[in-house]
Design a protein around this ligand. Structure first.
Ligand code: ZN
Length: 219
């Protein structure tokens, strides 16, 4: 798998500090499943986080993507999360941290259409103002309205590919966007581009069309 887009340093630091939402941690775990480079960077960030946490009397350690990846390992150090990971893809090519959340294979999910060639599958019931966690499937040639983000948006490409100002994103790549990015992804694969998206606040569409469809898309 040729990967060209990775996690930002700031995201890895937040991940190591345990301040990201469960949905973002799951999405990061999907990329770590296929990216040895980011796995190594996550372990370094974890080690640094562990040193600063060790000075505190009581520490709440919540489940992290590393925990999810290493569920069958048993490392019980109180302030250090397991760093030995067992990356794995299911035989359908879906990273296991995502596959665990799905009731059926991708092509049998109860997708909901929100426009020509566009459908979504919600992985979270949280109110839209708290962000989204969902799968989007966009047909070849689809173009998302140009939009930006109030906080952070992570996108993991499950299959197919798209291109935007930042380049081409293939299966396994992660788009790690902060608030100042405006982008308008365009699906350039000949199969649907399926991506996993986690946001911590609603996206802000630039154009009128995007603002109209946003309540239906729910991102
Ligand atoms: Zn990576």
């Amino acid at each position: 798998m040729m990967l060209s887009h990775h996690l930002a340093d700031e995201t890895l630091q937040d991940y190591a500090s345990g301040v990201l939402s469960a949905s973002m941690e799951t999405l990061i775990a999907c990329h770590l499943t296929v990216c040895p480079a980011c796995r190594h960077r996550a372990e370094v960030a974890d080690a640094i986080g562990g040193i600063s946490l060790a000075d505190q009397d009581s520490v709440t350690v919540k489940a992290s993507a590393a925990d999810i990846l290493a569920m069958d390992k048993n490392n019980t150090a109180p302030t250090a999360r397991p760093t030995t990971t067992t990356p794995s893809l299911t035989n359908t090519g879906v990273p296991r941290p995502l596959a665990r959340l799905l009731p059926a294979p991708l092509d049998e999910l109860p997708w909901k259409s929100f426009g020509p060639g566009m459908k979504q599958y919600n992985l979270s019931n949280q109110p839209r103002k708290e962000g989204a966690f969902k799968l989007l499937s966009l047909a070849p040639g689809s173009r998302m309205s140009k939009h930006t983000h109030q906080h952070r948006e992570l996108t993991f490409i499950v299959s197919g590919s798209y291109t935007d100002l930042m380049g081409k994103f293939n299966a396994g790549d992660i788009a790690d966007l902060s608030a100042d990015h405006h982008h308008a992804p365009h699906v350039d694969s000949d199969v649907p581009c399926i991506s996993l998206i986690a946001t911590d606040a609603p996206v802000k569409f630039d154009g009128l069309f995007g603002k109209i469809v946003q309540p239906f898309v729910g991102i």
